[in-house]
Design a protein around this ligand. Sequence first.
Ligand code: HEC
Length: 290
Amino acid sequence: MGLRLKFNVVLIVCYLLGLGVSVFPFYYISRQEVVEQLQSQINVLRAQALAIRKYTSEEIQPLLADFSTIQFLPQTVPSFSAQTAFRNFREHYPEFFYKEAALNPTNPADLAEPWEQELIEKLRAAPDLEKDVSFRQTDAGTYYTVTYPLTIRSESCLACHSTPDKAPASMVALYGPKGGFGWKLGETIGAQIFSVPMSVAEGRIWRNLALFVGTASAIFLLLLLLLNVLLNRYVISPVLRMAKAAEAVSMGDASVPEFEYPGADEIASLSRSFNRMRRSLDSAMKMLEK
Ligand code: HEC
């Protein structure tokens, strides 16, 4: 194996090993960053949902309380307004998902689906859990899903969610006496579920990774090319010339011109030593011939 091949093989193997080792942390950090971005989007969405809930209970509910005894207005219910506002929001960003899912909901549309039930049960089993984060696989791809518990913290909720006879008659007339009752103080009755698709984020991770590998490889190939040119110019080509001259001299051809490699590096010093040795050999031969 020639010097050039040896150098190239060793460097390429080292580069591939280095790349292999660094690609994993790079992917991991990239993914972490993307997930943090998704989480901050969800934080904004949640703050918005909570703000709408608060606006409804502090501004709308008191305003229409009297009217609600005659005809129940879902528009005065925080959960209704938060979810309706989110549906409008989805006209602009259909990929986002938000639901206030409950195990025993007032509005059947809020009934938790099996995967949502699992998340709610998880939160019910661990009352101290502030939120649950999961990556949900669906036919449409992976979804980053964050679930926050909906726990009954205020007595005021029980005015409508304890038993049908305590709830406003107009509400029972509209929703029926079956769902949304029997909730207890301190109980986690459902969850706010936010989902965003990972596809866009994953695309970004792969783009970053391709950019990283591409840039590193371009720099490496450039350095490899430069190294080959330098190796050829300063080592291989002068050594080959000296080897050729040594071969001719050893075969008795004294007509080969001396090859002096200019400079102060090791090859130049070798070429000078070689010429000196050759001159000594010439004069020794001449002395023998006499
Ligand atoms: C004035 C009666 C009333 C009060 C008070 C009330 N709710 Fe509701 N709640 C409803 C109605 C009606 C719905 C169904 C709204 C809809 O159609 O989406 C509902 C829906 C919900 C839902 C969505 C799941 C479901 O049952 O459909 C949650 C969660 C919820 N309420 C939690 C609370 C909490 C927590 C409080 C206390 C802070 C509270 N509610 C106070 C009437 C009330």
